[in-house]
Design a protein around this ligand. Structure first.
Ligand SMILES: NC(=O)C1=CN([C@@H]2O[C@H](COP(=O)(O)OP(=O)(O)OC[C@H]3O[C@@H](n4cnc5c(N)ncnc54)[C@H](OP(=O)(O)O)[C@@H]3O)[C@@H](O)[C@H]2O)C=CC1
Ligand SMILES: O=C(O)CCC(=O)C(=O)O
Length: 447
């Protein structure tokens, strides 16, 4: 079995040389899915996994825009249309200077399995640009988004490919992108999700990834007859996912100790309450400030520059910033400090070595493709509401989100429960995600 897996990984490596993040994501899936394929003959001899690691289409394009001084700027835009076996390509856009093909291919590949887990008809894709919205004026961001969409619009459509936000693409950017699409196509439809409430957005979509992560943690704790009430938590990031993971955790009685950004983390040992979280939301979403400023307002809190919060003690950890932010060393420290649960809010925030440490210590560990799937699932609900030209109440959407997270949890348990009763959520998510896509690919023939 080991040699089969290694042979597969070697071939993917040869074809995708130097794409470190993509290869990391593929390796994790291959290690869990290839043994499953070996046990299930009808998935054999159809090159299913070989096809799944090959994006159906990769589009790259030049994005030229004018800055506030009238100087011409140029960036590279991408859309990776990974797999459309079970629905239109669906996945976010990332605007960050580190964006490259390896990162977007890892995100698109993960998205295929994640979207399959949501129980909704959503294929997988991802896109973005190496543009940094930080330090840009609203007008510069608008001009960039207009230029980006001018090129992207010819490749997307409400039944073809429906992008959304990710790092660096929030409500402001989605608004500008939508406005330009509508201008070019003369059509008002659900071409993007994460839209504002006044032009077709869904209630709870902004909250959904963070809330879903906490609902998933509730489900995991339930398997141990535990609840969130009274636990302490470390959260990284202070963007969309981190803010709403913190909000739901606080609401359910968790003492949230930390939040972070790319400059470092802050710890408030008294706990971040609702009022303090509102300060963070305003700081990050409106003032576009740094998390360090929290400690200037709440002077009892500490700021630790240039490092992540994983050396602190708590019951729960929710990495919600970016890929590979939690390493083997961090995992060893968390285990030494008796961490009970690690719920990935970001995509692939834990390194492969860190995940091994958690599994070995039998920590409840959920991979992002399962525990952050609430965001894209609620995007799927936004698409449904747009198609119906109707809007559900926040209670209705929240109830659907809770049910979907419960279903994803059950699917992970079904395929991930090991002989000693430990649930390997990585294995469970990968196999459950694989099965639906593989069945659809088998039915659709060699395409
Ligand atoms: N938004 C969504 O619905 C979903 C998002 N995700 C994933 O969740 C994660 C966070 O996304 P989201 O909250 O939307 O993005 P945001 O842009 O809203 O926030 C990102 C946060 O992560 C921090 N961050 C970004 N890059 C780094 C880095 N290299 N090192 C340290 N911190 C960093 C940012 O700090 P700073 O402000 O300094 O840049 C910021 O606090 C990503 O992995 C994304 O793919 C997954 C599912 C859905
Ligand atoms: O809502 C969406 O379509 C995108 C969500 C996303 O990018 C993700 O799940 O990583």
């Amino acid at each position: 079995m080991k040699s089969k897996i290694q042979e597969f990984i070697n071939t993917v490596e040869q074809k995708n040389h130097g794409e470190t993040e993509f290869l990391q994501a593929v390796k994790e899936v291959a290690e869990t899915v290839i043994p499953f394929i070996e046990d299930n003959p009808h998935y054999q001899n159809q090159m299913l996994l070989e096809r799944m690691v090959e994006p159906e289409r990769i589009i790259t394009f030049r994005v030229t825009w004018l800055d506030d001084e009238g100087k011409t700027q140029v960036n590279r835009g991408y859309r990776v249309q990974f797999n459309s076996a079970i629905g239109p390509y669906k996945g976010g856009l990332r605007f960050h200077p580190t964006v490259n093909l390896s990162i977007l291919k890892f995100l698109g590949f993960e998205q295929v399995f994640k979207n399959s887990l949501t129980t909704l008809p959503l294929g997988g894709g991802k896109g973005g640009a190496d543009f940094d919205p930080k330090g840009k004026s609203d007008n510069e961001v608008m001009r960039f988004c207009q230029s980006f969409m001018t090129e992207l619009q010819r490749h997307i459509g409400k039944d073809t490919d429906v992008p959304a936000g990710d790092i660096g693409v929030g409500a402001r950017e989605v608004g500008f992108l939508f406005g330009q699409y509508k201008r070019l196509e003369n059509q008002f439809n659900g071409i993007l999700t994460g839209k504002g409430m006044s032009y077709g957005g869904s209630l709870i979509r902004p909250e959904a990834t963070g809330y879903g992560n906490i609902y998933f943690a509730q489900n995991m704790l339930k398997t141990k007859s535990e609840t969130l009430e009274g636990k302490t938590a470390l959260i990284s990031g202070s963007g969309n996912v981190a803010q709403y993971a913190a909000e739901k955790a606080i609401e359910l009685g968790v003492k949230v100790l930390t939040m972070s950004d790319s400059q470092g983390y802050m710890i408030d040992r008294e706990g971040i309450d609702k009022e303090k979280l509102e300060f963070i939301k305003d700081l990050k979403n409106n003032k576009r400030g740094r998390i360090k400023e929290y400690t200037e307002k709440y002077t009892h809190a500490e700021f630790h520059e240039g490092i992540v919060p994983w050396m602190e003690k708590a019951d729960l950890a929710f990495p919600c910033a970016t890929q590979n932010e939690l390493t083997e060393e961090h995992a060893n420290t968390l285990v030494k400090n008796n961490i009970m649960l690690v719920g990935e809010g970001a995509n692939m925030p834990c390194t492969a070595e860190a995940i091994e440490v958690f599994k070995k210590a039998k920590v409840l560990f959920s991979p992002g493709k399962a525990s952050n799937a609430g965001g894209v699932a609620t995007s799927g609900l936004e698409m449904t509401q747009n198609a119906m030209r109707y809007g559900w109440t926040s209670e209705e959407v929240d109830k659907k989100l809770k049910d979907i997270m419960k279903d994803i949890h059950e699917a992970c348990v079904k395929y991930g429960k090991t002989e000693d009763g430990y649930v390997d959520y990585v294995k469970g998510a990968n196999i459950a995600g694989f099965v639906k896509v593989a069945d659809a690919m088998l039915a659709q023939g060699a395409v």
